[in-house]
Design a binder for this molecule. Structure first.
Ligand code: AVJ
Length: 318
């Protein structure tokens, strides 16, 4: 995959149908907006997953530690760590079992990693933070060098951004880099009524709309784009066949938008959209299939009280 912003944007906007990868959301402003999303009344995901950690962190940690037997310290790796507020609960539980631990947060946003490192140094000084600014795939070679047992966290239902083939490839990559010493802690949002899902991605305060449109702001700033935000509408759709929420930016009329750094003019028909994100909603067999295909054993599954969200813990399969 092209990782350079210009290449990614060129490819996405000259493709049909048009799309942009969700990775582009997370510049400094986008990371801030995402943090606000996690606090919205409609966005239940973060609260549901946090409540699982609040109630079950000790049990989760005991199970993760049991995989490798007693002795060596467990290292925690996290894909797409963001601000790591939920992870803190797990790290605190781990420090009730071992004196210190290494935590390796991976994120494309240096700002988010700085914030996480800063906060953890104050709240849990026994955690040695070794951040990696990279995409998930980009970090794999460095993960292969970690010694001892590793708990790899991929929480927040971030896996839902990936189509099943890509999710499987990523889990396999993780399993390949970490080997048999790895356990996987995977958070997945669960399939539920569109009446609950849609508002979670189209909130009343318009924070998700601003988060979505921020990719256009970013293209304007970083690539000399001329997107007029008033002529694009935030849309959240439920795709039943693929069991996913889709976010789009819909052009409100026929228009041409030039992007200076790319030397292109992009044409939009009225109602045409840029697909900016998919967020897959899982049932348990679906999640188990992905983990198995990724090289992990059947998981232990933990739920919040309302069964909106699931956290799966699985050791590497032999
Ligand atoms: C960070 C990918 C888990 O899909 O729910 C939130 C991102 N997009 N609101 C999700 C997001 C719109 C979020 N993930």
């Amino acid at each position: 995959m092209a990782t350079d912003l210009a290449d990614v944007v060129r490819r996405g906007l000259t493709d049909f149908p048009k799309s942009l990868p969700p990775l582009l959301f997370y510049d400094e402003e986008g990371s801030r907006l995402y943090e606000r999303i996690t606090e919205l009344p409609e966005y239940y995901l973060t609260r549901a997953e946090r409540s699982i950690f609040v109630q079950r962190a000790d049990e989760l940690v005991d199970r993760a530690l049991a995989v490798d037997g007693p002795g060596r310290q467990l290292t925690v790796v996290e894909l797409g760590a963001g601000s790591a507020t939920k992870t803190e609960l797990l790290l605190a539980a781990l420090l009730r079992r071992q004196a210190a631990c290494v935590y390796v947060p991976i994120d494309v946003s240096p700002a988010a990693l700085d914030l996480a490192t800063q906060r953890l140094s104050e709240s849990l000084p026994a955690v040695r933070v070794r951040p990696i600014v990279a995409t998930h795939e980009g970090a794999l070679p460095q993960l292969a060098r970690i010694e001892g047992p590793v708990l790899a966290m991929f929480i927040g239902s971030s896996i839902g951004n990936l189509a099943d083939e890509d999710a499987t490839r990523l889990l396999r990559g993780l399993r390949g880099a970490l080997g048999r010493r790895a356990s996987l802690l995977l958070g997945t949002d669960l399939k539920k009524a569109p009446e609950i899902l849609i508002p979670a991605y189209d909130d009343a305060a318009g924070v998700t709309a601003a988060f979505n449109k921020n990719v256009l702001v970013r293209i304007n700033r970083e690539l000399g784009g001329r997107f007029d935000l008033a002529r694009f509408r935030h849309v959240a759709r439920w795709n039943e066949g693929r069991s996913r929420i889709e976010m789009h930016l819909e052009s409100t009329d026929d228009q041409r938008v030039s992007i200076e750094a790319l030397g292109i003019v992009v044409h939009f028909r009225r109602g045409e959209t840029i697909h900016t994100e998919s967020s897959v909603k899982y049932d348990l067999p679906h999640a188990a299939r992905l983990m198995e295909a990724g090289g992990f054993s059947p998981p232990t599954v933990y739920f919040d009280e309302e069964r909106r969200f699931a956290v799966h813990l699985a050791p590497a399969s032999r």
